[in-house]
Design a protein around this ligand. Structure first.
Ligand code: NAG
Ligand code: NAG
Ligand code: NAG
Ligand code: NAG
Ligand code: NAG
Ligand code: NAG
Ligand code: NAG
Ligand code: NAG
Ligand code: NAG
Ligand code: NAG
Ligand code: NAG
Ligand code: NAG
Ligand code: CU
Length: 576
């Protein structure tokens, strides 16, 4: 028996292969079924345990489509708990109903229930992913989304010989529902994962994983596309392939200018499309196997519990004739706290900005927001919680710590149900001080819960300056916006200076992303046009920060034209 000895991994391979082979025959609109169910896995050699899955697969099935397609996914909950599914990075124009975050755009699908979600790929092209958006379920309930160019169009780079999807994840030996419930009940930290994985496998240094370590098999002289997804709950990663540079050609399903690197840094929620030239064999003095390695990046100013384990896959040249000795070679990756290595990589990303793939960067701003990001505490009666000072861990945006309501905000908005949320999320923090100071006064640590949303008029342009703070420790926060990608026009360290920092904005070819890392004790500016009417969650993609309240919601109102209004709700929308 081996670590998650997954006969199902082979199934995933077959499904993916079938997807690619079958691609010319796809209907423009197609249907998939996702059955939420527990499946039994053997892990760490000897133990078997159940995990929640889609269709018994871990990672779950890949959704393949072309730009312009609509995929209907019937999600049937045969598990024993509430669940929702989110299509991460898909804009879902006018259709927040299918977006998925629990109690934001829908009530959960209860055990025995089902819900058919409509996923329309309008501007996305490249790699995205789907995942559960309820409690801590996405730890095991996630999979890839691959969006190919429309028929008759092609990649803006030479067609790769073959493609591979690499999903980086975190594995818990524990029951995920227990991990979630324990943290919620105690008010303290979440139990950390036991090991990090690539396509469900930690790699051949972990006990019993050797035979199942994921292999990328290549042929000398060919070019490959690696679709890399970070599905981890809390870990950001440096990622590299030994002996080979990678060329970034896409991020978050948007093409980039080709960008050659020895490594990448990828936050939870992000995806990168990488070209790899298999140019190292034959050369009998060179090894024919190279390690693909992801190592956690963490530069926090205070020590928080984290899973430090590296995870590996293998790049293997298919040999002809004599087989050279298998001498695996490791990539050299930046050390875990290397902020400048992370920043250097991120700062080099540029949109392709070609005539076929143009950018539409808002040059003027209608709504300007300055949003501070913080990890906080919430007062706990009798100091009986497991967080700092006996209080409950919390997190906030502009000092508002988001509390998830009992019925979904979309329903409350659409049906004018009052008392569910308040439309007063502020455009700036209640107090200005040195946000990155080493000694922030303790009274600023505390926050209260509320459900504040920001209402936007249709078609307004929005600029958000995210400001990292040093409350209870600074770190890189991957901020994710539903319903839109945004242009990342600037980033820097320290307090944002509203006089000088805008002078450095890139309004020509900034990267177009759905998740951006706001650097430790630094700031990041994004711009987008609010032309997607609906209710859209915005949150840190470190799951425990999201759960602690590092979130808000944008409600974009309908426009005047009939094609600028939210679709009517689907009849099978889950009820609370
Ligand atoms: C698996 O079980 C066998 C016998 O029960 C034991 O000797 C071995 O150490 C176990 N291996 C691991 C990795 O736990
Ligand atoms: C986790 O434990 C709960 C009971 O505490 C159980 O109902 C559930 O099936 C378990 N989940 C998995 C995936 O094993
Ligand atoms: C989906 O839910 C509807 C309404 O409860 C029910 O009639 C139908 O049988 C369910 N379908 C499946 C496949 O579970
Ligand atoms: C790996 O496979 C080899 C050959 O099939 C087998 O002898 C060995 O026991 C396997 N190792 C593990 C950890 O499953
Ligand atoms: C990778 O790129 C760097 C800088 O562009 C270069 O110095 C290095 O030789 C390249 N490495 C390989 C293996 O091509
Ligand atoms: C073969 O590989 C070795 C080790 O990577 C390298 O030093 C040598 O230059 C390579 N030779 C050729 C012809 O590429
Ligand atoms: C803010 O605090 C940081 C860290 O203590 C310090 O380096 C910086 O000079 C301070 N900035 C201002 C404007 O006081
Ligand atoms: C949105 O605003 C832009 C710029 O003001 C304008 O060109 C465009 O027509 C507007 N779109 C809609 C749908 O109103
Ligand atoms: C610029 O920042 C200062 C604080 O540094 C603040 O008082 C002022 O209101 C800001 N101006 C604008 C236009 O946001
Ligand atoms: C909708 O029409 C009204 C009345 O003509 C106008 O005042 C308003 O600005 C329009 N709203 C948008 C978002 O275009
Ligand atoms: C499942 O969802 C329903 C509907 O929102 C809710 O009433 C119920 O409390 C949820 N169950 C759990 C265990 O959270
Ligand atoms: C399987 C494995 O190697 N797990 C390691 C992950 O990291 C922790 C902390 O260093 C180790 O204790 C585990 O052994
Ligand atoms: Cu965060």
């Amino acid at each position: 028996m081996t670590f998650s000895r997954l006969f199902v991994m082979q199934l995933v391979g077959i499904v993916m292969l079938f997807g690619i082979l079958a691609s010319p025959g796809w209907a423009k609109n197609h249907h998939r079924t996702f059955v939420i169910q527990e499946a039994t896995y053997t892990r760490l050699c000897n133990h078997t345990k159940n995990i929640l899955t889609v269709n018994g697969l871990y990672p779950g099935p890949t959704i393949s489509a072309r730009k312009g397609d609509i995929v209907y996914v019937k999600v049937i909950n045969k598990g024993n708990k509430n669940i929702t599914i989110h299509w991460h990075g898909v804009n879902q124009p006018r259709n927040p109903w299918s977006d998925g975050p629990e109690y934001i755009t829908q009530c959960p699908i209860q055990p025995g229930g089902n819900f058919t979600q409509r996923i329309e790929f309008t501007e996305e092209e490249g790699t995205l992913w789907w995942h559960a958006h309820s409690e801590y379920d996405r730890a095991t309930v996630h999979g890839a989304i691959v969006i190919y160019p429309k028929l008759g169009t092609s990649y803006p780079f030479a067609k790769p010989h073959k493609e591979f999807t690499l999903i980086i994840g975190e594995w818990w030996n524990a029951n995920i529902t227990d991990v979630y419930n324990n943290a919620i009940q105690s008010g303290g930290e979440f139990q950390i994962s036991d090991i990090n994985t690539i396509n469900g496998q930690p790699g051949d240094f972990a006990p019993c994983s050797a035979n199942d370590t994921f292999k990328v098999q290549v042929v000398q002289g060919k070019r490959y596309l690696l679709r890399v997804i970070n599905s981890a709950m809390n870990n950001e990663f440096f990622f590299a392939v030994a002996g080979h540079n990678v060329t970034v050609v896409g991020s978050d399903a948007s093409y980039t200018k080709p960008y050659v690197n020895e490594y990448i840094m990828i936050t939870p929620g992000q995806t990168f499309d990488l070209l790899l030239e298999a140019n190292k064999f034959p050369n009998t003095s060179a090894p024919y196997r190279y390690y693909i390695k992801a190592t956690p990046f963490f530069d926090g100013s205070v020590v928080v519990p984290r899973d430090p384990n590296d995870t590996v896959a293998i790049l293997e040249y298919k040999t002809k004739g004599t087989t050279p000795p298998p001498v695996p070679l490791f990539p050299s990756l930046p050390n875990f706290p290397n902020t400048s290595a992370a920043t250097t990589f991120t700062a080099g990303l540029r949109s392709l900005a070609s005539s076929d793939h143009p950018v539409h960067v808002p040059q003027t701003v209608d709504v300007s927001m300055y949003i501070t990001i913080a990890v906080n505490v919430e007062q706990c009666p009798n100091a009986s919680c497991a967080g700092p000072f006996g209080d409950r861990l919390a997190a906030s945006l502009n000092n508002a710590s988001f509390s998830t309501p009992q019925i979904d905000i979309l329903d409350a908005y659409y049906s004018s149900i009052s008392g569910v949320y308040s439309p007063d999320f502020p455009n700036q923090p209640p107090l200005f001080y040195n946000f990155t100071d080493a000694n922030i006064p303790q009274q600023l640590f505390f926050v209260d819960k509320s459900t504040k949303v920001k209402v936007l008029e249709y078609n307004t342009t929005v600029e958000i300056v995210f400001q990292g703070t040093n409350i209870l420790g600074a770190e890189n926060h991957p901020m994710h916006l539903h319903g839109h990608s945004f242009y990342v026009v600037g980033s820097g360290f320290g307090n944002f200076n509203n006089q000088t920092d805008p002078l450095s904005y890139n309004l020509v070819d900034p990267p177009y992303e759905n998740t951006v890392g706001v650097p430790k004790n630094g700031w990041t500016t994004i711009r987008f046009r609010a032309a997607n009417p609906g209710v859209w969650f915005m949150h840190c993609h470190l799951d425990r920060h999201m759960i602690w309240g590092m979130d808000t919601v944008f409600i974009t109102q309908n426009g005047n034209r009939t094609d600028a209004k939210i679709f009517p709700p689907p009849a099978d929308k889950p009820r609370c």
